[in-house]
Design a protein around this ligand. Structure first.
Ligand code: FAD
Length: 449
């Protein structure tokens, strides 16, 4: 018997339960396949696509020939299965709304040919939907979810596979397309080996995580988000290492992994929140139309150093430090009065770790309309946030060369200098005024609820 393994967002050969199942079901041969699904082929997400194509090339080498087929999954997956007489197609379960619908269609199409779609594992330590309150309803707040998630527990990492009887299917395959990342973006090291190396190197620093994670100048977070997104490492592998470490820093890090799982759980129960408000009252709020201010935000030319540094890091690296993601998001929503979706789309376009549940709910949390949200009236002051988390301006200087030589005293307030750097813009808004304006607009929401 033979089988098929369909890779989607689980690009690893180790600790991959779906692959183990495929090997058991296909001792005579396993076809490794990937579907180039046009659903993911939009104007959005070029960094993500460029990264994905590079990952496909990496996997293609590792399996000695990946079967890459262009088309609708419900059409091409059965073709591949039939071509090799496979009895089953193996996948890790996906939980996004499009992905769930897609898999149901694939399952039905395969069933017509008596082939089973077997879902084994997922890209989470605890699959979405597994952790519920006593009455079976989902958690809406992170802290109790986190507690229940820990109590639920997860499996130990599965041992690696020694050898796989890879085979190829005789079907029309597609060349892996060349997709360049947006200009100026350099893709980070990628693939399973790179993920493992990066994680092991980071583990030596994790004990300090809690103390330094909020300081963008230190660049002291793990940058594992992109590996988690593509499944080049599984979170349970990381959780096992963290438990072994057992330090306060390791615990704090595991809690962040739980945030990723919480947001996936929320989207599983509320798929509408990927592009709509979690708290519907906020639909009634008055928002501005995007214009020049949005462009200044995207270009990193708002005149607020920490905001501009973050937006320029995003342009250059396809990445932004978490603290700064919160600051620039707050600026877009509460200083520019734009809808969170406008900023979230830009992030999805450029972030190499673009992950719809974490991104859309990260934005909604900041905007005050999400789960367990920061209260709307808590409005980040970009200047004091900058002074607090980047006190000597290391981060700002790294990304905003116009401010590289400004003394620390003024690096977050260049407009207070006698002679501000001529090539750096003056602030595009008055934060105090916009703060008051935001609170005025919020009144509508408050009375609606
Ligand atoms: P570390 O600090 O090393 O954290 C370890 C891991 O924990 C991360 O890799 C990530 O998987 C998880 N994690 C940490 N913080 C969060 C969080 N707040 N929510 C969910 N998971 C978290 N994360 C994404 O992976 N993709 C996104 O598209 C994304 N968009 C965001 C948008 C906004 C507005 C905000 C505020 C946050 C967003 N995050 C997103 C969460 C967080 O900023 C990133 O996961 C983190 O910056 C990635 O860097 P790291 O791997 O060095 O993080």
């Amino acid at each position: 018997p033979t089988s098929v393994i369909c890779f989607r967002s689980d690009f690893r050969l180790n600790d991959n339960p779906a692959l183990r199942e495929a090997i058991d079901a296909g001792p005579d041969g396993v076809v490794p396949m990937f579907v180039l699904d046009e659903h993911y082929w939009g104007p959005n997400g070029r960094t993500r696509l460029a990264y994905l194509m590079a990952l496909l090339r990496d996997l293609d080498e590792r399996v000695g020939g990946l079967t890459v087929v262009k088309g609708k999954p419900e059409e091409v997956v059965p073709q591949v299965a039939l071509a090799v007489g496979a009895g089953s197609v193996h996948v890790a379960a996906d939980y996004g709304p499009y992905e769930k619908g897609r898999d149901e269609r694939v399952e039905q199409a395969l069933a017509d040919d008596d082939v089973a779609l077997v879902r084994t594992g997922s890209s989470y330590a605890v699959a979405p939907g597994r952790v519920t309150k006593g009455d079976g309803t989902p958690y809406r707040v992170f802290t109790p979810f986190h507690r229940a998630w820990q109590e639920h527990g997860w499996r130990a990492p599965a041992p690696g596979v020694r050898s796989v009887p890879w085979i190829r299917a005789d079907v029309r395959t597609t060349e892996i397309p060349d997709v360049d990342p947006p200009e100026g973006v350099t893709l980070p090291p990628l693939g399973e080996e790179a993920a493992r190396r990066q994680w092991h190197a980071y583990l030596d620093h994790v004990d300090d995580y809690d103390d330094v994670r909020d300081l963008p100048g230190r660049d002291a977070t793990s940058r594992m988000s992109v590996h988690l997104k593509w499944g080049t490492i599984h979170p349970r592998t990381m959780l096992a290492d963290l438990a072994e470490r057992g330090t306060k820093g390791a615990e704090a890090y595991a809690r962040e992994l739980a945030f990723r799982e919480f947001y996936a759980d929320v989207v599983h129960h509320r798929p509408d929140t990927l592009d709509g408000y979690y708290d519907k009252r906020f639909e009634a709020m008055d928002y501005d139309e995007p214009g020049d201010d949005l462009q200044a935000w995207k270009d990193g030319r708002t005149g607020f150093p920490i905001v501009d540094a973050g937006m320029r890091q995003l342009l250059a690296e396809g990445f932004m430090h978490n603290r700064v993601r919160m600051i620039v998001a707050s600026f877009l929503v509460k200083d520019l009065h734009l809808e969170w979706t406008v900023g979230a789309d830009h992030f999805l376009d450029l972030l190499v770790d673009a992950d719809p549940p974490s991104n859309q709910h990260g934005w909604q949390w900041v905007a005050g309309c999400g789960t367990d949200a920061s209260p709307y009236f808590r409005i980040f002051n970009p200047t004091s946030q900058g002074k607090k988390f980047d006190p000597d301006g290391t981060y700002v200087r790294r990304w905003v060369p116009e401010l590289a030589d400004v003394p620390a005293k003024h690096v977050h307030t260049p407009w207070e200098m006698d002679e501000p750097p001529a090539d750096y813009p003056a602030p595009i808004v008055d934060h105090a005024e916009e703060r008051a304006e935001s609170l005025r607009r919020y009144e509508v929401v408050k009375t609606a609820g």
